[in-house]
Design a protein around this ligand. Structure first.
Ligand code: SAH
Length: 269
């Protein structure tokens, strides 16, 4: 346990000390002595140390310079570990990837205030990674794995499920963290499979999905007109050609249907 440290809410600092939980996260990630691992948010380095004991190489990015004294000691103990101080969100793909000599795995107890931007960063920038095993707020984990037609189903569910295989590996109650947050958490394992479906233009696909869910209460037809500026008749033709009712809402579409829709739409924008 870190003593005399001022925890910062603005950085989403909720640390884990329980050895069994730390080991369980490492097990859930499936990493081994050949793996190269990226951690986001070292904190006091408890998960970092378990990772360093398991993997070939660990790079951990931490925004808070006040943690330097604790993390420097840890680096002296483990020669396969390096800490990079900085804001992960502002780092470029090249900066991050230059630390690795092979496809890497991400394992992290994420700072909750930027969970979604961090996840989107890996997918939108197409990082050279095998998997992400991340602790997130339980409700977020439920959204990531949600099926079509449920209230949790959103743009992030579709974008992730179209390019990865997802599994919630454990629920973690709030009392496992210090300081204790107001929410429970879950560990989710995301195995990247960028070729799971044939999506020729991933950026356009993400745009179609996001437009649909931005106008959740509208019909698919209306949201496509609003979000993509598509001609009404063309959008109607496409929806009909897919055998869908013209008043369908976007949230009813399966992953495959979103892909078909995007592949048809791209020909008329
Ligand atoms: N891994 C540690 C700490 C988790 S708390 C543990 O499990 O105990 C989240 C950590 O992310 C904090 O240490 C926080 O300072 C760090 N953090 C927050 N925002 C960050 C950012 N933008 N870039 C890198 N690290 C960040």
């Amino acid at each position: 346990m870190v003593t005399g440290f001022n925890f910062k809410k603005k950085f989403g600092q909720n640390f884990i000390n329980d050895k069994n939980l730390l080991q369980a996260i490492v097990n859930d990630s499936g990493i081994n002595e050949k793996s190269q691992v990226l951690e986001i948010g070292a904190g006091a380095g408890t998960l970092t140390e378990q990772l360093a004991l398991t993997a070939q190489k660990v790079i951990s990015v931490e925004i808070d310079n006040d943690l330097k004294p604790y993390l420097q000691l840890l680096c002296e103990k483990h020669n396969n570990l390096s800490i990079v101080f900085g804001d992960f969100i502002k780092m470029t793909k090249e900066e991050i990837e230059s630390n690795f000599t092979q496809k890497f795995d991400v394992v992290a107890n994420l700072p909750y205030y930027i969970t979604t931007p961090i996840i989107f960063k890996f997918f939108e920038e197409g990082f050279n990674i095998n998997s992400l095993t991340i602790m997130v707020q339980k409700e977020v984990a439920e959204r990531l794995v949600a099926c079509s037609g449920t209230k949790d189903y959103g743009a992030i569910s579709v974008i992730l499920q179209s390019q990865a295989d997802l599994k919630i590996t454990r629920i973690v109650p709030r009392n496992m963290f210090y300081p204790q947050p107001n929410v429970d958490s879950a560990v989710i394992n995301i195995k990247i499979n960028f070729d799971k479906f044939n999506i020729p233009n991933k950026q356009f696909f993400a745009k179609v999905v996001k437009s649909t869910f931005n106008y959740r209460r509208k019909t698919l037809l209306n949201s496509l007109q609003l979000g993509l500026n598509i001609d009404k008749e063309k959008a109607e033709d496409i929806i009909k050609s897919m055998g869908l009712p013209i008043d369908i809402r976007g949230e009813k579409l399966s992953i495959q249907q979103f892909i078909d829709l995007s592949n048809k739409l791209i020909e008329c924008v």
